[in-house]
Design a protein around this ligand. Structure first.
Ligand SMILES: Cc1ncc(COP(=O)(O)O)c(C=O)c1O
Length: 422
């Protein structure tokens, strides 16, 4: 039996039925920013594997870091044990985030779970019975149940899980646009804080770009206000930098656009350059000290693969690659190309709006029924993107060649045109 038949029989794919409702690409290998199929067709990658492969695929330095670690120690439990690569990685994460205490975990969603638990434990340690979170409409923080409970209730289909999900407080998302006036959303935010200050433990948001809940870029002023309000009411600010972190918006972390520090930050995706599954929750010293000096005195979480040395070593190397700031120049160039090349999409009747920042470019359509058609057109024309609903977007590796990025954007636009002309 050929392996794709085995896939159909046994493999459950993300957001899918068994077997998959649509045809799956049969991928053989990757190289730099290209994906090669079983039939040797090459696709230029406009997704960087769900925004994680920030340096492109098969990067020689990342591969070597992993090979070196493989011979030394592929895995060791983290309970009661320390190892060099984890120490070096956490020191580096603390330095670049401006925070202090790093909890390593398996995936973005798990880091959000840990952030929520940490927030509750912090409030408990201060003898406050506060168990609710404020979150934003259009938010996306992951697919596990607690992470899902702070995602936009409509986008993430809370209704499927009925009363199982805890109910939190949702406030107006900041107005769309980096320079947009966000007076209304800030007003609602202030009212929400005032009304719920006695029950709310934390406020979770994706800084500057709300990702999977709408690819919405917003004004840093909103973020500044969020910081002010959290400090005023002793509500912890959780910045979910899983999508935005490690340079995607042109800054190392999107919080830097507003020159603020959260109390807790979650990172994942680009952390290992897309090589291994790993994420982290990083807190201020105040948060870790408050919990550690409390009656309970410990943070109650500990995944089996926490601090996996292979993941730590490749993450460390990936962060080293970001040290020399070449990525900043590359991301700026990518941003300029998106800004220029997306313009012609504006004219199309099917297009509602375009927007971009850093390595992220988005075309929002008026209609959500064309995602699959557009994806198929792009694949036929040598480009891999995976639109969702009305959003046709690309987030690329920082190492992408100029001509390849232009091809991605032009193909996205041609795909939309091909629908219009039917
Ligand atoms: C902002 C944000 N938070 C959390 C997650 C969940 O991360 P993971 O898919 O690694 O669980 C994602 C994934 O897209 C994300 O974009």
């Amino acid at each position: 039996m050929n392996w794709i038949e085995l896939d159909k029989k046994h493999v459950w794919h993300p957001y899918n039925s068994m077997p998959s409702k649509s045809d799956l690409l049969q991928v053989k290998r990757t190289d730099k920013t290209s994906i090669f199929l079983e039939n040797d067709d090459e696709l230029i990658d406009g997704m960087s594997s769900w925004w994680s492969c920030i340096h492109g695929y098969n990067h020689p330095k990342l591969t070597q870091a992993l090979k070196n670690q493989l011979d030394i120690m592929p895995h060791i439990m983290f309970g009661g044990i320390a190892h060099e690569k984890a120490s070096l990685l956490c020191e580096k994460l603390a330095k670049i985030s401006g925070l202090n205490s790093v909890f390593l975990c398996d995936s973005g969603s798990v880091s959000v779970e840990v952030a929520l638990k940490t927030t509750i434990q912090y409030q408990e340690a201060k003898a406050k019975k506060k168990y609710k979170f404020i979150a934003l409409k259009h938010a996306y923080h992951g697919d596990t149940l607690a992470a899902m409970s702070v995602c936009d209730p409509d986008n993430s289909m809370h209704s499927i899980y009925g009363s199982y999900l805890p109910s939190h407080i949702f406030t107006k998302a900041p107005e769309l646009g980096f320079d947009s006036d966000c007076t209304n959303s800030i007003k609602e935010l202030e009212e929400t804080f005032k009304k719920h200050e006695n029950e709310v433990a934390g406020f979770i948001l994706e800084p500057i770009v709300q990702g999977a809940g709408g690819m919405r870029i917003y004004n840093p002023i909103f973020l500044k206000k969020a910081r002010e309000l959290c400090t005023k009411y002793d509500i912890l600010l959780i910045a979910d930098e899983i999508a935005t972190g490690f340079g995607h918006t042109g800054k190392m972390f999107a919080c830097e656009w507003a020159d603020i520090k959260p109390d807790i930050m979650t990172v994942g995706k680009g952390l290992t350059g897309g090589y291994m599954t790993m994420a982290a929750m990083i807190t201020s010293k105040n948060v870790s000290d408050t919990i550690s000096n409390s009656k309970l005195g410990i943070l109650m979480h500990g995944p089996t693969f926490m601090g996996n040395p292979l993941a730590c070593s490749v993450a460390l190397e990936s962060l080293n690659l970001l040290d020399d700031n070449t990525w900043k120049k590359n991301v700026l160039k990518i941003e300029q190309i998106f800004t220029k090349e997306l313009q012609s999409a504006k004219e199309l009747t099917l297009v509602n709006s375009i927007r971009n920042i850093g390595a992220i470019g988005v075309i929002e359509l008026n209609d959500e029924s064309y995602a699959q058609e557009i994806q198929d057109y792009c694949v036929k024309n040598g480009v891999w993107i995976r639109p969702f609903g009305k959003l046709i977007y690309s987030i690329v590796a920082y190492t992408i060649k100029e001509e390849d990025l232009i091809k991605i954007i032009k193909t996205m636009i041609e795909a939309i045109k091909s629908i219009k002309t039917k």
